[in-house]
Design a protein around this ligand. Sequence first.
Ligand SMILES: Cc1cc2nc3c(=O)[nH]c(=O)nc-3n(C[C@H](O)[C@H](O)[C@H](O)COP(=O)(O)O)c2cc1C
Length: 452
Amino acid sequence: MDSPIEKSNRSSTTSKQMLIGLHLGNGYGSQQGAWRMPGVDPLSYTSFDAWVKQAQAAERGKFQFLFLPDGPGAVLADIGTESPAFNLDVMMTLAAVARETEYIGLVATGSTTFNEPFNLARQFKALDVMSHGRAGWNAITSSGDDVAANYGRAIPSSEERYGRAHEVVQLVQALWGSWGKHAWVHDQESGQFAKRDQIVPINLQGKYVDSRGPLYIPPSEQGQPIVFHAGGSPNAYELAGRFANAVIGAAFTIEDARAQRNAFREAAKRYGRDPDEIRYIPGLMTTIAKDRRTALDRRIQLTGSSLRQRVSYLQQMLGIPLDVSRIDEPLTTAQLGAARPSRYDPRSNHALNIAKEGWSVRDILAHGVIDYHPVIVGPGVEAADHMQEWFEAGAADGFWISPDVNEDGIDAFVDEVVPILQARGLFHQDYEGKTLREHLSAPDQYGIDPRV
Ligand SMILES: Cc1cc2nc3c(=O)[nH]c(=O)nc-3n(C[C@H](O)[C@H](O)[C@H](O)COP(=O)(O)O)c2cc1C
């Protein structure tokens, strides 16, 4: 039998390779109980040292980028027992990380609804200069009235949010280009600091936003930051198709991921772009351990207080009553026969398949069947197989990885999954360059893309 590492003969020179990003959220990891795990510093939520260390672990694994989601002020289910999901301040964190890393891309979420374009343009280009061309802006419109309330507002309609988003991205890119690429002379002898005719106002006025400019920040090594987007609605396809070089996605099945990827690619074509300019990157959550049982036990330890809630959710997914007192028993033949996966939850079929393998209810839940992304709970080769299957099916150009616990989960991925992907020719051996644009093979762009 072939060893798992030799599963594919795919050659790194004949086909494109996948991208890998690391989800960097609250400093603990993606599972609710991560902050309480042995070995985890409970103060990681405010530890810039912890984020730097986690970023360095991802860079050791040659990840192309870090992804920091952000939903300023989204209300928590229970701060009494749960850590907040987001980072203290994504830009400050990335500024700290930029100084302690050399290659990895730095992608932060910035709302187009609750920021002025000038602020976004200035902060992201400053980060880009500071990091020598590694910044990316995940331009999203924000959702949720709890976020809007922090700005004294209600969440605008989708039409208004995306209308504003199209204008904001254009203005931001115009501001980035307003300091001409070759405008900075800094000649001490002649006394010429810059060519004033190449640093000019943009004077753009839209329906929602306007700005005069210029922005007094010269180009970085990659010119200007890379635009990302995250979303799955038709409006999201349109915004990303027009402006983005990468999409942070969420999909539970190959079919759904492929449909989303195609929708983004089609949208890019409508704007006269090459569809390969937009990379679709769905999420993957990981608990990597030497075998399935060890990984499941780790997940059980991580579940925290929400077990009862999860059992009741699993009942709805499977359409059968579940007895909490029999949580350590597998489903009976009668229960399996009566189960009807919910049409409203795309995870339900997978949950039923796991149940049919004979796992107890506790173990079914420990497989992550109600998590936000597909979950690998087992040895590294299972993650590599999942990634290979999706990548080769045209369902993904890469993955953003959410380890269960950052403290040791990033290293587990780097040591147990990355080498398999590299041996299969699916992932690069080393960074091709030093900028995020190079990591993504994104085309040169400075200022607005004249095609769109
Ligand atoms: C994978 C993924 C990641 C997202 N990350 C964020 C985020 O970090 N912050 C945020 O406010 N919204 C985030 N969103 C939400 C989107 O910005 C968007 O508001 C949401 O998908 C609703 O879609 P619509 O606005 O297109 O209707 C994310 C969405 C997806 C699919």
